[in-house]
Write a protein that binds this ligand. Sequence first.
Ligand code: NAD
Ligand code: GLY
Length: 373
Amino acid sequence: MNSSGQTVHVDLGSRSYDISIDAGNLPLIAELSRSWLGRSPDQPLRCFVVTDTNVLQPHANAVKMALSGAGAEVRVVCVKAGEVSKSLTEASDLYDELVDFRADRKTAVLAVGGGVVGDLAGFIAATYARGLPFVQIPTTLLAMVDSSVGGKTGVNHPKGKNLIGAFYQPAGVLIDTDTMATLPDREYRSGLAEVIKYGVIQDSDFFSYLEENISGLNERDPAVLRQVVSRCCELKAQVVKEDEHETTGVRAILNYGHTYAHAFEALSGYGALLHGEAVSIGMVCGSRLARSLGRIGDGEIQRQVELLQAVQLPVEVPEELLTKHDDILSCMLLDKKTVFGDLKFVLPDRIGHVDTIGGIDSKMIVDCLADSS
Ligand code: NAD
Ligand code: GLY
């Protein structure tokens, strides 16, 4: 803890970094960047800021003002908001901008935005000149608690999401929870699904904290937000420390609810369900599957359903998908956890702990789409 905000350390040896979390700390970006990049106040600071059309005003502009005010040379590049910008075409345009900016290995790339901007900017930082220093400034709840931490960067291929990418850790992450004031309600609630996920997979006390602070969550209370974002970052940092490159299976626990969710997102037409909304429904289906396997009882499902509903997230599979069993199973087979055609699910055995389970009967998987209790 520092005097005002909170600092979470991501412990990855030579790739370790800090996440600075507070309300209203955006103006500290120049000072923090200098510290993370190892630049003294008398050394030049050149910053290539990537943002999107919804975040440019006021947040990326505030970052630019703070950096310029501290003597940095800044170029801001704004991409179209939305998943469409996570493409090789957009990455190529950004490389052109970097060339034009005469970027070298001392030029820092700063991502100001949600997961789309973070993944795209991280990818160009990882690949331009074989690596430029990178700073994340996430502005969605999902990006604050998930995508800005852990070093997954990348763009989409027309045939698949996130197919082209690299593990590339940032030099630091600045989280100003005040930037969420402009975040649309649906996007905010979608991020809450990932927050609740951490409680189920890793921390029953945190799950209870969320249950006890529903009005604070719904009203975006600054103290609750800071506490929630900090705890999620700590929990994700623990997982990433254990399995940075997703080789041991530990990092897969972050995918609780996601095997069902990816199928729902794909089959409902991307965009109809926000990612967090699909994860919310996917966690409920995953819990039912865990119950079918005798891992949990009705009580653990009910607690999740009640918390998800209390923050106005959907918990039932959309009517039009309920009978699409074959399509859902086919989509699930594309999941990254699938090994030799065996679907694997991250399933709780209590609130606060999960395991990855394979060898589950297909009928049992699709039977959990509907509530049979
Ligand atoms: P996003 O970046 O598309 O942001 C959602 C919407 O909110 C966009 O329209 C954006 O312009 C807008 N927005 C962002 N911040 C705002 C603010 N403060 N005020 C107003 N509008 C704002 O989506 P997301 O949900 O943040 O991220 C989703 C992406 O993250 C996906 O591409 C997903 O693959 C990726 N992701 C990556 C990781 C990882 O580990 N790298 C983890 C999870 C998700
Ligand atoms: N969002 C999943 C991960 O970072 O591994």
